[in-house]
Design a protein around this ligand. Sequence first.
Ligand code: ATP
Ligand code: FE2
Length: 331
Amino acid sequence: MVLTCLGLEGTAHSFGAGVVTSEGEVLANVWDMLSPKEGGIHPREASRHHSELGPGLIAQALQNAGLSPAEIDLIAFSRGPGLGPCLRTTATMARAIALTLSVPLVGVNHCVAHVEIGCLESGFQDPVTVYVSGGNTQIIAFAGGRYRTFGETLDIAIGNMLDTFGRAVGMRFPAGPIVERKAKSGKRFYPLPYSVKGMDLSYSGMLTAAKRLFNEGVSLEDLCFSLQETAFGMLAEIAERAIAHTKKRELLLTGGVARNNRLTEILEGVAERHDAQFHRVSPSLAGDQGAMIAWTGILQYQAGDRLDIPSSHVLPKWRTDEQDIVWRSDL
Ligand code: ATP
Ligand code: FE2
């Protein structure tokens, strides 16, 4: 029997609702992002955004999918990691719908969902995944029943670094795409702190250095170019080491920063050198959205994983490697 899952995403500033079938067909995927005029996101404001726009987005997703609520077989929601108020608002909506429709509820790990939607789209069986976004920078690979984090940022995420730099130089949020555009006309490379420590990396030093150079009058185009080459070079180094170490034959790029063409080009080169296949998640599935939660919810549900309402509390600090990947056999 084909199952249809409604997935709700609401870990940070975006709220999304997606409808996906057990055959992997994305029937609907709509979202809205709160983008503050200045400063970072405030968890309470973001959760208010979700509670105000959530019901409309859910109705829109059902309409786009051409389904009535009664045709939904299960509800999945982003259980963590993320901002407490946002997670709780989203979980409350998911519980209410599950109770009203009398359908099962599944709690999904947001980072795992970024990996699984990439596997669905690419058909990859067992990739090394570069997951890069505003809140996360991780190199992930499946081993021993879990998605292990082979390397990650020791301080700020790459997207956050780009956004913070952008804010300091007067760009609007999110700055990632603007940095990418400006970098294209950069000509001179300014060395910035290249900080790889074992399999981990750090972006705060280069952020400070880039802001200082901007204040000293260095051209913004050159700085964006230098920032990208250094930050992406660091990622390529640990991705390359993860592939060499695990001997996996697939390299997957996912998360909001996956929209960057230069990063894609660099990682394509890494894959080529190691005779691995490469896939970059398409823009509509790269950022935070409900389809990835719905699809991972289906995988979990089919493996027997579901939540009772009383024990469906959210997990703001849920790590990628704390979820048993019950739907994958050990490869
Ligand atoms: P998560 O909760 O997984 O950390 P998120 O809340 O940051 O995700 P995403 O939509 O996955 O949300 O990612 C947004 C980030 O992606 C922002 O930091 C933004 O600047 C960055 N980004 C978007 N497009 C580009 C681009 N073309 N180049 C670089 N960065 C980009
Ligand atoms: Fe995300």
